[in-house]
Design a protein around this ligand. Structure first.
Ligand code: FES
Length: 78
């Protein structure tokens, strides 16, 4: 299943540090980037997020959020 076919968020426990989330939807390690975009000419680059403190987040799994890589609830409006 491609990352954005999930249709609902990935609820994640984020650790402090640099997180790299997929933006092209091709990753096999969703929601993290696994480098699958390399050589595919997607025109997309992964989202790099500097996490300051441990937290629970919802990463978009539908690709329609206005606040990518995070879910903004848009998936509920299908
Ligand atoms: S999963 Fe995409 S907006 Fe919620």
């Amino acid at each position: 299943m491609a990352m954005y076919d999930k249709g609902k968020p990935y609820v994640m426990h984020e650790e402090p540090g640099l997180q790299t989330y997929c933006s092209c939807g091709l990753t096999e390690e969703a929601p993290y980037c696994d480098g699958s975009h390399n050589g595919k000419h997607t025109g997309k680059r992964p989202y790099l997020v500097k996490v300051e403190a441990e937290r629970i987040v919802s990463i978009c799994g539908c690709g329609r959020s206005a606040k990518l890589p995070y879910c903004d609830g848009t998936h509920k409006s299908r």
